[in-house]
Design a binder for this molecule. Structure first.
Ligand code: TXA
Ligand code: MG
Length: 307
């Protein structure tokens, strides 16, 4: 049996020294946790098969679940995938930002087949966070980066969440505080002319979630983002043993947004799920969240956390 000796995991504040060290590790084929505007990502050189394999190993992620490849700008993205007018229009409007496009991959793009799980399509994103932007530019590599958490568990919006989930498995976490959006990027597939929503997120294009018979974003398994305790949805008050996550002006253990602001609730969602999971209450309950706008993405994550 393979034994993985634990790594010393360093947490460094975001800055030039941390980016230089992260870039050195990336070029040496290692993975590094780095903040984006959505959640913290676990980045590795997408052109290096062994480095990409290291992401799957650190997360315990099934290798049939492909990764998002991050690039610094549209020009770099066009070297990896085929953009039609519709794709270019979305890229121009939302990049850099929390939108991932699934497009037909270029055959000679140099991306390790493991990063795309052997699919003929590729998921690409130009992130806005300066830490990820700088790491892309300093390393000069396209970076495969899933959320920096053990597969299936709650996504990380703070360096401490990453540390709790992956300490001993990765050499470096860059800490730039809490992420701004708090939910993973919106994923749109443009592989057959008509845009299809594969994962709701911070960018709202007014599309309904695509419900093709097969799982189109293989990572969108029904049970995901799961805390270790039972989670009850649409709870109007705490029952025996429950730690209640509220929304709007209501008594609760912690509030997603007392002002019922959906952007604030999205930014706080995973942090409060981490808190609830670590509390001494055996169960978690969450207040009803309206479905409009960002509420669709919040409810999507909650449904998976409760499944
Ligand atoms: O905000 C985000 O997107 C974060 C940050 C780090 O960028 N990343 C992230 O990655 O959420 P991850 O691996 O947790 O989720 C990527 C999703 C998975 O559901 C995966 O199945 C889907 O993207 N995906 C990747 N490549 C795909 C492809 N070619 N076709 C369909 N879905 C794909
Ligand atoms: Mg994830």
């Amino acid at each position: 049996m393979e034994t993985i000796s634990p790594l010393a995991t360093e947490v460094r504040p975001y800055g030039n020294a941390a980016i230089a060290e992260a870039s050195r590790l990336i070029l040496a084929g290692q993975c590094v946790a780095v903040p984006t505007e959505t959640v913290y990502g676990l980045a590795a050189d997408a052109t290096n098969r062994a480095a990409v394999a290291g992401i799957y190993a650190a997360k315990g992620r099934p290798a049939f679940n492909p990764l998002i490849v991050h690039v610094p700008d549209l020009e770099s993205a066009e070297r990896l995938a085929v953009f039609d007018e519709a794709a270019r229009a979305l890229a121009n409007k939302y990049w850099p930002g929390p939108l991932t496009l699934v497009l037909a991959a270029r055959a000679d793009n140099g991306i390790a087949a493991l990063a795309t799980a052997g699919l003929s399509s590729i998921a690409i994103r130009v992130p806005a966070h300066p830490a990820m932007q700088e790491l892309l530019r300093v390393s000069g590599k396209p970076l495969a980066a899933p959320s920096a958490n053990a597969s299936g568990s709650i996504s990380p919006t703070r360096a401490a969440h990453v540390f709790k989930s992956l300490a001993g498995r990765i050499p470096l976490i860059i800490d730039a505080g809490a992420t701004q959006a708090g939910l993973e990027s919106t994923i749109i597939a443009l592989t057959d002319g008509v845009p299809r929503l594969l994962r709701p997120g911070p960018v709202d294009l007014g599309l309904a979630l695509s419900t093709g018979g097969n799982i189109e974003a293989p990572g969108q398994l029904a049970s995901h983002y799961a805390p270790s305790k039972p989670l009850r949805l649409s709870a109007t008050s705490a029952e025996e043993g429950e730690w209640l996550i509220g929304f709007g002006p209501t008594p609760c253990h912690a509030n997603l947004s007392a002002a019922a602001d959906l952007a604030e609730a999205a930014a706080n969602l995973f942090d409060l799920l981490h808190h609830a999971d670590a509390s001494n209450h055996p169960k978690i309950a969450v207040a009803p969240i309206p479905f409009e706008g960002l509420g669709a993405a919040i409810n999507d994550r909650l449904a998976r956390a409760a499944a």
